[in-house]
Design a protein around this ligand. Structure first.
Ligand SMILES: Nc1ncnc2c1ncn2[C@@H]1O[C@H](COP(=O)(O)OP(=O)(O)OP(=O)(O)O)[C@@H](O)[C@H]1O
Length: 319
């Protein structure tokens, strides 16, 4: 990592349960202000990793620094500098958001006046003033998650851990929460490590994603980079008639282009784009020969392709 002290650095971090390894030897660097997503099938070790990094679970091996402190030697400092939202937060359902936020402020050693001010700030930031005095047990899932997040931010953490923050939310609430999380990173420089089951969430929200598989990190990169590594873009050209499509196919084959038979119908020709700008060159060659497509589409590999290949395919498959 180039000249920046990582906000999270794990080295050889691992955990066993009753002789079974849940997380092997995890090496992970997350830059300050980055939103990093941990993806992986059920049981791949996401929650175990978060629990170790937040000092809730002692590792069986390895070390980690979070917000500048060692999780093993200085867990108190790690806890002071981090916020955590787990899947099932234990908020008292009878307390209102205002009461919870003020209590949290007092627990973090703020004076009563400071706690009130911080609470007001967070209620405004999370657009929660309208339901600030309703018992949290009566709030909707989306409102409740916003309060979870606000509680975790009371102490202005440098690093925030979110375990499946949008599970169970409808698409509108999910997107609203993405905006909140993004703003934490871009406006306040908070580093966010989140786990998610949603590939679209990882793709749209995270600067980088790590894919865990059976307790091992099998990839860690920007979603875009992972998608590029996962496969070629495919250009599909549809022609008005089959003879023109046949001519196009012959011409492209003669140019040494990689035709993709799986995508082709009698009217259509698909080509794998193995180089940047290859689509333009292909179209120019066809046009020069008087072969004009009626329509064209370019199919990009998705993060789902990456995930299926890396997280679920046999061990030998790797990007
Ligand atoms: N306290 C525990 N005792 C025994 N085994 C555990 C414990 N916690 C986790 N495990 C095991 O460790 C492995 C990793 O579990 P973990 O909860 O970290 O996975 P996950 O990726 O978060 O899964 P999910 O997506 O279902 O939340 C699983 O095989 C799980 O059964």
């Amino acid at each position: 990592m180039e000249n920046v002290t990582p906000a999270i650095r794990a080295t050889g971090l691992g955990r066993d349960f009753a002789g079974r390894t849940a997380v092997h030897q995890l090496d992970l660097d997350v830059r300050p202000g980055e939103v990093y997503g941990l993806l992986g099938p059920n049981g791949s070790g996401k929650s175990t990793t978060v629990r170790m990094l937040t000092t809730m679970l002692r590792p069986s091996r390895g070390t980690a620094h979070v917000a500048g402190a060692d999780i093993d030697r200085d867990p108190g400092t790690v806890r002071r500098r981090t916020g955590v939202v787990l899947q099932d937060t234990a908020l008292d359902p009878l307390m209102s958001a205002r009461e919870l936020l003020r209590l949290q402020g007092r627990l973090q050693s703020l004076t009563a006046r400071q706690a009130r001010a911080r609470c007001a700030e967070l209620l405004a930031a999370f657009d929660a003033r309208e339901f600030a005095d309703t018992p949290v047990g009566r709030l909707s899932g989306g409102q409740r998650r916003r309060i979870d997040l606000a509680v975790a931010l009371t102490q202005r953490p440098k690093v925030l851990f979110l375990d499946e923050p949008t599970t169970g939310l409808d698409p509108v609430s999910r997107r609203a929460l993405w905006d909140e999380i993004r703003a934490l990173s871009t406006t306040h420089g908070v580093t966010v490590l989140l786990t998610t089951q949603y590939l679209e969430e990882a793709d749209q929200l995270c600067d980088r994603v790590g894919i865990l598989r059976a307790g091992r990190l099998v990839a860690s990169a920007a979603p875009r980079e992972l998608k590029q590594r996962a496969g070629d873009r495919v250009l599909t050209l549809r022609f008005h008639d089959t003879p023109t499509a046949d001519q196009a196919r012959d011409l492209l084959a003669a140019r040494g282009e990689r035709l993709d038979p799986a995508e082709a119908t009698p009217h259509a020709v698909s080509v794998r784009l193995t180089r940047p700008g290859a689509d333009g060159q292909t179209l120019l060659a066809l046009s020069a020969a008087g072969l004009h497509a009626a329509s064209l589409t370019v199919q990009e590999p998705s993060l789902e392709d990456v995930f299926l290949r890396l997280a679920l395919a046999p061990e030998s498959a790797a990007v």
